[in-house]
Design a binder for this molecule. Structure first.
Ligand SMILES: Nc1ncnc2c1ncn2[C@@H]1O[C@H](COP(=O)(O)OP(=O)(O)OP(=O)(O)O)[C@@H](O)[C@H]1O
Length: 935
């Protein structure tokens, strides 16, 4: 007996495990194959004789082994009615019910006096629901077996002491710690069992009496309570001291807890009485003095001191007595406000305590499984951390872990209204030891629960855990006991029963059947989930690919937009550049017009004289001028009379050609512009202008002819041009833009025109101007409006306006028809090299010769609207024409003018200089023209 007490974890406890071997899982094809493989590999390994060990007959636990169990569970039933003198009676005397303030209805009265808990024997009870619940909720009776001892309602305090407390006291006196705890619903008699009453002392009083009786020495007594003020947190209050300060729990020790040394029972009871006065109690509907805290009393031996010296060292044994606050239901207690918060604290503490007891009562494997189950249910909660949930379990950890012996008294009331509380407590306590329960008749509500929609269940259970489904099923019954926190307690209850092998066979079969069904459902659910997962994965992949494709396209679009932006910027820059060039060309053109107009106005009189002397009518000159202007248009285009149209064409040409082509075009334009501007006015102007321009061209035009006088004239012009501010046209050639000085291709039409001038000039028909003397062989045509203007100084402006349109712009002079016939040009002319003009005088003169003829025709043709000169807007004058100087020098020339009749097709007559009264300069110019026309 002593040996067994010293080693409670060996021997008999292992016998219990062997007697109830763990259940084996059903063999499946997969496991069978795996087992076969393993067996084949381990053929040579000797098999561990597990079965033999299990089959060996071990002695059944003897009566004495009861004391060796770390946890013993007792059941004490409180009588339904309690007499005024606290004597329990089996008679129903509602009037004598002690519960104060509880006015039950008639139905409740019937339930109250209906006994639902019957004691079968010393270890089992039958819990039967009241009739009302049997009808409404179809509850059936349950049998709970395996208690260490069951105390019926007639049991006395002494009986309880003898069965429960006396062994603990004996062990304590022998140096072994032990604990007695009471647990049960409120008003079930816990406090009564521990503390009792003056007439019916409780376990503490009896134990103290026994202790001091057996060992008359000193003992330390400490008493404290764990309470919650307003439901907020837990506090420890020292009940044995007069300070009443809150204490702190450290490593299962209450720091600062005062221990009172007592030498007698009376002193000890006085300490206890003082503490009870401090303990928190309250009045509820269930108990007029309901405990609101967990009360703990410790008794330990004090060293024996004799004459101030310690003679006998005490043992370290501690006898602990715990009076828990009972679980409460709101409906029954009627607690509100702070009381309700206290109820929550009490219920939680009781729940945790019960859970820890369950761990304590199981073997190591069962403890681990239980912790795993709890951990699966609440992953945040670490394994074996239940003790950390309350100060009570922390403090009593050694007992709850089975390191010290513990006796638990479950207190119940047998009334019908206490059925739910009793059922819950019994279910909670059934795994503590070998408590078994069986459903005598399966309640209907469980069948109904099994018919619940599976879908709802599947949402709550974990597929990987088959046991979870059972938990759901079992927890369905907990709804009937919401107050007691059955969620954590009733769930693993049957699981642990299975582990211990203590469940009944019928129950096991049912559970096993449910397991198979649920396993199949889990497999189906698992497959369904896998399919969904695969579908979602494929969908996500496809979606991902689509998004990547869109992203790529978006990047391509961005790149394209960037490229287009850059292209647009380049085009804009080119457009700006072209516009700038157009503006420059416009200014150049206007400048040329201005210079030509000024030059023409100066020599207008001489031009007329020349025209008369050369037997050219003004009309012919006008016609020639117009033809010349038309022929000077680029590449034989149809010449427009209005300059704005030409500018539009210039724009188009600029946009469509490259720079080289634009340079060529510019040269053409320059020639054309200078030509037309030179044609405005009279033939003298034309001659000067074209001679100036074309003198810069190279190479020398083949077939050109020049007389000595002509050469002299041209040299004079070039000399003047180089010495001073030369004629505007000469200067204008080089002034437009320095960067345009490049070698350009002169349109072949111009060269051809020059080359063929000699042959075609004979066909020019000159008409004499009306009112002027002309040679009979020349035919000069002129408009009436232009003729008078030729005779005075105002004629210049009138004639100058011949090529001016309504908008004030000068009309492009229509070049001679000869120029229109020019179709090809092969030579290149560098108009930029001034030295070339000196070297190519002969060819230049030839061109002058031709162009003069053409210009004369142009004037002849285009002389139509002189009155429109008023609309001419003169550009700002920048360069002074050198025409006057040239003409002044020309007047000084002593030229032998020979009026020869032109061999042109028109056969105009010659005009005598004497007859028209022209100036000397005009006579010279006219002679030059005539010489050119008839070399
Ligand atoms: N076995 C019993 N015989 C006679 N009277 C009893 C018995 N058990 C309890 N009582 C009486 O019932 C009443 C309630 O008992 P008690 O206070 O011990 O309940 P409790 O479980 O401690 O309740 P709470 O948890 O609320 O403190 C007390 O007046 C007590 O005297």
């Amino acid at each position: 007996m002593e040996e067994e007490l010293k080693s409670p974890f060996h021997g008999p406890s292992s016998v219990t495990i062997r007697r109830n071997p763990p259940r084996r899982a059903k063999t499946t094809p997969a496991t069978a194959t795996a087992t076969a493989v393993v067996n084949s590999r381990c053929k040579q390994v000797s098999k561990f004789p597990i079965q033999e060990m299990l089959d060996c007959q071990l002695p059944l636990p003897s009566k004495s082994s009861e004391n060796t169990e770390t946890l013993r569970v007792y059941l004490r039933i409180r009588p339904i009615t309690v007499t005024s003198n606290n004597n329990t009676t089996g008679t129903m005397k509602p009037s004598s019910r002690k519960k104060g303030g509880c006015l039950a209805t008639k139905k409740k009265k019937n339930e109250m006096f209906e006994n639902c808990l019957l004691v079968n024997d010393s270890q089992s009870v039958t819990l039967s629901p009241p009739l009302s619940m049997q009808d409404s909720k179809r509850l059936k009776s349950e049998v709970y077996d395996g208690f260490t001892h069951v105390f019926d309602c007639g049991s006395s305090q002494n009986e309880v002491y003898e069965k429960i407390m006396e062994p603990l006291v004996s062990d304590f006196l022998r140096g072994k710690s032990g604990m007695l705890a009471t647990m049960g619903p409120t008003g079930s008699g816990k406090t009564h069992t521990i503390f009792g009453s003056p007439r019916h002392p409780g376990m503490l009083s009896l134990a103290l009496a026994n202790i001091f009786h057996c060992t008359p020495c000193s003992y330390y007594i400490s008493m404290f309570e764990i309470y919650s003020e307003g439901g907020k947190g837990e506090k420890i209050l020292d009940l044995s001291s007069s300070d009443g300060q809150d204490l702190v729990l450290q490593q299962s020790n209450v720091k600062g807890l005062q221990e009172v040394m007592v030498f007698s029972v009376t002193a000890a009871e006085a300490v206890i009485a003082r503490g009870m006065l401090k303990r928190a109690t309250a009045i509820t509907n269930s108990n007029c003095q309901s405990s609101r805290s967990q009360c703990i009393i410790n008794i330990r031996c004090a060293p024996e001191v004799i004459d101030g010296e310690v003679e006998v060292l005490p043992n370290n044994a501690v006898l602990t007595i715990v009076d828990l606050a009972g679980a409460e239901r709101e409906k029954k207690t009627g607690n509100q406000g702070t009381r309700l918060l206290e109820s929550n604290f009490i219920n939680k503490t009781s729940m945790v305590f019960g859970l820890c007891l369950r761990v304590c009562s199981l073997s190591l494997c069962a403890v681990l499984c239980n912790s795993l189950l709890e951990h699966q249910k609440n992953p945040k909660k670490p394994i074996q951390k239940h003790f950390q949930n309350s100060l009570l379990t922390k403090y009593l950890r050694d007992y709850l872990e089975g390191k010290k012996r513990m006796a638990l008294i479950l207190t119940l009331k047998s009334g019908g209204d206490d059925y739910l509380d009793a059922s819950f407590l019994l279910r909670q306590a059934s795994p503590y030891m070998k408590i078994k329960f069986d459903v005598v008749e399966e309640p209907y509500h469980k069948r109904n629960i099994s018919k619940l929609p599976r879908e709802e269940k599947s949402k709550r259970r974990k597929l990987s855990d088959v046991n979870v489904s059972k938990i759901d099923e079992d927890t369905s019954t907990k709804d009937e006991y919401p107050l007691l926190g059955t969620e954590l307690i009733s769930v693993p209850l049957q699981q642990l029963e299975l582990l211990n092998g203590s469940i009944s066979s019928s129950r096991s079969i049912k559970v096993e059947t449910n397991q198979n069904v649920q396993r199949e459902e889990c497999c189906i659910e698992l497959e369904r989930t896998k399919r969904k997962e695969q579908v979602m994965q494929n969908f996500s992949k496809a979606l991902w690919n689509v998004l990547k494709e869109y992203k790529r396209k978006l990047e391509d679009s961005r790149n394209e937009v960037q490229f287009l932006k850059r292209s647009l910027e380049e085009k804009n820059a080119q457009s700006v550049e072209l516009e700038t060039e157009i503006e420059d060309l416009k200014s150049c053109s206007l400048h040329l017009n201005q210079q030509s107009a000024e030059a023409s106005s100066v020599i207008q009189a001489e031009c007329i004289g020349v025209a008369v002397d050369s037997n050219l009518s003004f009309e012919d000159l006008e016609e020639n001028a117009s033809q010349s202007s038309g022929s000077s248009a680029v590449h034989g285009r149809v010449v427009k009379d209005k300059k704005d149209i030409e500018h539009e064409e210039v724009k188009e040409e600029l946009l469509s050609t490259d720079k080289a082509e634009r340079g060529l075009w510019c040269s053409d334009l320059f020639v054309s512009s200078s030509t037309e501007q030179s044609l405005v006015g009279d033939g003298s102007c034309l001659t000067m202008s074209h001679s100036t321009h074309l003198s810069q061209m190279e190479p020398a035009l083949p077939g050109s002819r020049i007389s000595a006088k002509e050469s002299e004239f041209v040299d004079t012009c070039n000399a003047n041009k180089s010495d001073s501010d030369l004629g505007s046209s000469c200067k204008l050639v080089e002034t437009p833009r320095s960067d345009r000085r490049r070698k350009i291709a002169l349109p072949s039409i111009l060269v051809t025109d020059i080359n063929e001038l000699d042959s075609k000039i004979d066909r020019v028909s000159l008409k004499p101007l009306p009112g002027l003397k002309v040679s009979p062989n020349e035919e000069i045509r002129s408009t009436d409006s232009c003729i008078p203007s030729k005779r005075d100084s105002k004629r210049s402006s009138s004639c100058k306006s011949l090529n001016v349109d309504k908008a004030g712009r000068k009309l492009l002079p229509a070049s001679s028809t000869l120029l229109k016939e020019m179709t090809t040009l092969d030579s290149e002319v560098d108009i930029e090299r001034p030295e070339a003009s000196q070297d190519s005088k002969v060819s230049t003169i030839g061109k002058i010769e031709s162009l003069d003829t053409c210009n004369a025709r142009k004037i002849h043709i285009e002389n139509r609207s002189p009155c429109k000169s008023s609309n001419l807007v003169k550009p700002r004058r920048r360069l002074l024409p050198a025409s006057s100087m040239l003409l002044r020098e020309i007047n000084d020339l002593d030229l032998d003018v020979e009026n020869e009749r032109p061999t042109g097709s028109r056969g105009g007559r010659k005009l005598a200089a004497e007859e028209i009264g022209r100036t000397q300069g005009s006579i010279c110019l006219l002679k030059l023209l005539k010489n050119n026309l008839h070399p």
